[in-house]
Design a protein around this ligand. Structure first.
Ligand SMILES: Cc1cc2nc3c(=O)[nH]c(=O)nc-3n(C[C@H](O)[C@H](O)[C@H](O)COP(=O)(O)O)c2cc1C
Length: 184
């Protein structure tokens, strides 16, 4: 199965250069881009911080990635519409928790918009009062180093201050579904 799609080129007057009646709609183009990006398998993380009132804030994130070893930097991107947007981008600290294969329910919980997330998990306040989930494959405690605008998302660059790993099989996200790693 092969699919190929090119974004229609916009001319200065806003008209497309391709007058073909079969050109995909913006919604179809967006769906196709999402599906194609979904071919890239990722792990799943929950990122946490405190809001200005000191309340714990957290969300499921698969845009997490490593950036640099020296200095130790990681990144992830946040939707500008996320309820936690102000809390994460206002500066300060955040923690990234890499989820284990059996933690799909945690991923679903923290992907719920504005849900009571912290009432349903075991957590405690860590360094800088950042909420830390008690069970995960790995954890990174970070200082927000920089925010970079990226279209409808903002990229957060974090300086890693502390990290730890329990190991275990990771939760994998691929083509819009949770997966388990096939055995070696
Ligand atoms: C597997 C998975 C990965 C996600 N990755 C991201 C991400 O990288 N960035 C993002 O902004 N939202 C991501 N989301 C969506 C947020 O978790 C979701 O919008 C959440 O409701 C945001 O919480 P809030 O609006 O209560 O702050 C992801 C959701 C899932 C299920």
């Amino acid at each position: 199965m092969a699919a190929k799609m090119k974004f229609a080129q916009k001319m200065n007057d806003g008209m497309t250069t391709d007058s073909s009646p079969t050109i995909p709609s913006p919604a179809e183009q967006s769906r196709a881009l999402r599906d194609t990006l979904g071919q890239f398998a990722t792990g799943v993380t929950v990122v946490t911080c405190r809001d200005a009132a000191g309340q714990p804030v957290g969300m499921t994130v698969n845009s997490f990635n490593s950036v640099s070893l020296d200095p130790a930097l990681v990144l992830w991107s946040i939707d500008r519409q996320a309820l936690g947007y102000d809390a994460f981008t206002r500066g300060g600290h955040f923690a990234v928790h890499v989820l284990k294969a059996d933690q799909q329910h945690i991923s679903n919980l923290f992907a719920g918009r504005g849900a009571d997330k912290f009432g349903q998990v075991h957590w405690h306040a860590g360094p800088d009062q950042v909420p830390l989930l008690e069970d995960c494959a790995a954890r990174f405690h970070c200082r927000l180093a920089q925010c970079v605008e990226g279209g409808d998302h903002t990229i957060l660059l974090g300086e890693v201050l502390e990290f730890s790993a329990d190991g275990g099989e990771p939760l994998v996200f691929h083509r819009g579904r949770y997966r388990a790693l096939a055995g070696d």
